[in-house]
Design a protein around this ligand. Sequence first.
Ligand SMILES: Nc1ncnc2c1ncn2[C@@H]1O[C@H](COP(=O)(O)OP(=O)(O)O)[C@@H](O)[C@H]1O
Ligand SMILES: [Mg+2]
Length: 428
Amino acid sequence: MPGTGLRVGVAFGGRSVEHDVSIITGLQAVEVLSERHRPLPIYISRTGSWYAGPELRDLAAYRSGQAPSAPEVSFDLHRGRLVPLAGGGSLLRGARRQAPIELDVIVLATHGTQGEDGCLQGALELACMPYVGPPVGAAAAAMDKIVTKAILGAAGLPVLEHMALRREGFERDPEGMVASIPRRFSLPVYVKPANLGSSVGVSRCVEASQLQEALQLCFELDRACVVEPAVEGGVEVNCAVLGRPGAQGRVSVCEQPVAGEGFLSFQDKYMGGGKGDGEGKQQPAAPASGAGGAKTAGDAGAAEGAKAAEGAKGPGMQSARRLIPAPIGEQATARVQDLARRAFEAFGCAGVARVDFLIDAAGEIYVNECNTIPGSFSFYLWEPAGLPFADLMDELIEIAFAEHAENGKTTTVFDTNLLAQRAGGAKV
Ligand SMILES: Nc1ncnc2c1ncn2[C@@H]1O[C@H](COP(=O)(O)OP(=O)(O)O)[C@@H](O)[C@H]1O
Ligand SMILES: [Mg+2]
């Protein structure tokens, strides 16, 4: 698609604990898209205000925590365009009103709540706007760890057993809920909010005395949580998939993120390791087999970003450690790639998703989750697979247009003549 020069909105930020990571993904996309297109950064603040303008390309603009200086806009749900809110957000001050901004497509670089869970996707569907990102249903299902287990299980994919617990039950009988966990699983277990990401609110409980606090934390952050047995002494492996429903997905090389101490914390994922925020008693990930050939690479959200987005590698955002390709041997790699493709299909994903796995000490592979808007669009897993970042973005845009066209083929008008047949009043 070189030279087509599309007007591409890139949305990032949002009301999410992954707000900052999303800014990095967004600015990486803006940077690489500017090689072939006309990207427009669209920043969604922590409180949900939208801003658009070239000033938003500078990472430094976000460091102060203040709202950026770009014009505030609203998204027109009917026409799918951005409407500048002149004069401090009032549409009524006509004199300073600017023309609406028309876009060809919007790239969603939004991670987590409201951006990766179907909310924003729903708004774009209402506006008939082509977008790079998962369809509403895939986004909502993959964001929820309880629904994820159901979908993966129904597709015959290997998942860890789990308990699904709700806040209401905890409020009614906290001791009873705590006591139910060791009756079902032997410790250690992982306790995780059902709808968050980036390891926020995740606890590893080695002793029963830790369960109450872990549940309390989860239920402060979410209405539901999952509890599952800990995979001990194994490794984590991720694999990205590119495609759309109805077509065979393409798989990337696999990566093995390496935890600093214990499980992969937010710190490990985005801030170059250091002390994890977990229990830290789990052994650091070790290769399951010595296939070799892997090199330590930079982090999805940060270090590789510095390559693509000038200045994205700011203080505290050094590279997290990951091995690419994951040194797990050919057989396990092929199995992971096959499961990743099948998980992508089971959710009905479109665009790029990253499927994360846990592999135990015996080599048993479990699908852990599917990230439907992965950090940095997983470009660092596609480049070694022969797909440069700029080409990946073009493929994603092509998928967005293909999905939009496909959805447009669906009939939404059903002429029943019902109203004409109803004589008399409107009472039903
Ligand atoms: N059952 C488990 N066994 C071992 N480690 C786990 C387990 N569940 C989660 N973890 C660790 O916690 C991290 C975060 O959990 P995850 O399920 O990926 O949630 P999130 O959506 O927050 O990324 C994982 O990357 C892994 O390091
Ligand atoms: Mg995860």
